[in-house]
Design a protein around this ligand. Structure first.
Ligand code: ADP
Ligand code: NI
Length: 213
C-alpha cells in the first residue's frame, strides 16, 4: 500500500479514537473501502479517491466547526505528508462537495467526488445507517421519537444544520431521500436494498410504539 494512504489510515484512526457520535474510525474505513469498490468499475484516480474518503470527515462541521471552512485538518495532514498542491486541491474540492445540506446539497463536479459521496451516503442507510442515526441522536441528547414533532422536509443548508428534532425525523429529513440521490449504478443498487430495510424497520418501530404484540 502507498505510504501516504497508510499514514492517512493511521491519522484518522487516532483522530476518531474518541468519537461516539456516529463518525468513528470504522465509518471512515467503510467509506474508504466502499469508495474503492465502486471505483473499480471506472477509470478514475484511486489515490485522490482514497485520500478524499479517508479525510472526508476530519473537518466536518459537527466534529470540527473551527476548521470546517478552511479544511485545516485535511490540508495539514496532506502538507505534512508532501502531497502535491494539485492533488490537495482536488481532494479538498471533493470533501467540500460531498456533504448533505438539505436542498442546498450538490452533485460533485468530478466522478471521483461522486463516488466518495455515494460511499459516504451508503454508510448512512441500511442497518448500520440506522445504528449510526441513533448513536448520533443519543450523543446529541435527541429523543428517539415524538409523534407531535413533524419532520421538516424542505430545509436549506442553514436550516438543516441548525434545527433540532428526533432521530426518527432524521429518516424523513435525510436517510430516506438518499436512495434517489446516488450517482453511480452500483450505489443505486445497494441503496435500494438498504432503503427497503429502513422502511421495514420504521413499520416495525411504529407498530411496537403503538403497542402491537
Ligand atoms: P456522514 O458522515 O454520513 O456524511 P453526517 O455527518 O451527516 O453523515 O452524520 C453522521 C451520522 O449521524 C450519519 O449516520 C447521520 O445519519 C447521523 N445524523 C446526522 N444528523 C442526524 C440527526 N439530526 N439525527 C440523527 N442522526 C443524525
Ligand atoms: Ni462521513
Amino acid at each position: 500500500m502507498n505510504d501516504i494512504i497508510l499514514a492517512a489510515l493511521n491519522f484518522v484512526k487516532e483522530f476518531f479514537a474518541n468519537d461516539f457520535s456516529g463518525h468513528d474510525y470504522d465509518h471512515t474505513l467503510r467509506v474508504y473501502k466502499m469508495a474503492l469498490e465502486i471505483a473499480s468499475n471506472y477509470d478514475v484516480d484511486e489515490f485522490v479517491i482514497s485520500l478524499a474518503a479517508l479525510l472526508h470527515d476530519v473537518d466536518d462541521h459537527k466534529i470540527s466547526a473551527l476548521t470546517n471552512k478552511n479544511k485545516a485538518n485535511a490540508v495539514g495532514f496532506m502538507k505534512q505528508n508532501k502531497v502535491n498542491e494539485k492533488i490537495i486541491g482536488e481532494v479538498i474540492k471533493i470533501i467540500d462537495e460531498v456533504s448533505f445540506k438539505g436542498y442546498d446539497t450538490i452533485i460533485p463536479s468530478t466522478l471521483e467526488g461522486k463516488i466518495v459521496q455515494d460511499a459516504d451516503r451508503l454508510d448512512a442507510i441500511g442497518a448500520i445507517g440506522i445504528a449510526r442515526a441513533f448513536t448520533y441522536g443519543g450523543s446529541n441528547k435527541r429523543k428517539m421519537y415524538d409523534a407531535q414533532d413533524i419532520p421538516n422536509l424542505n430545509m436549506n443548508e442553514e436550516e438543516y444544520f441548525n434545527h433540532v428534532s428526533t432521530t426518527i425525523n432524521h429518516f424523513y429529513e435525510k436517510l430516506l431521500l438518499l436512495k434517489d440521490m446516488m450517482n453511480t449504478e452500483v450505489a443505486k443498487e445497494i441503496a435500494l436494498k438498504r432503503h427497503q430495510f429502513m422502511k421495514s424497520f420504521l413499520d416495525e418501530f411504529y407498530a411496537e410504539w403503538d403497542g402491537e404484540r
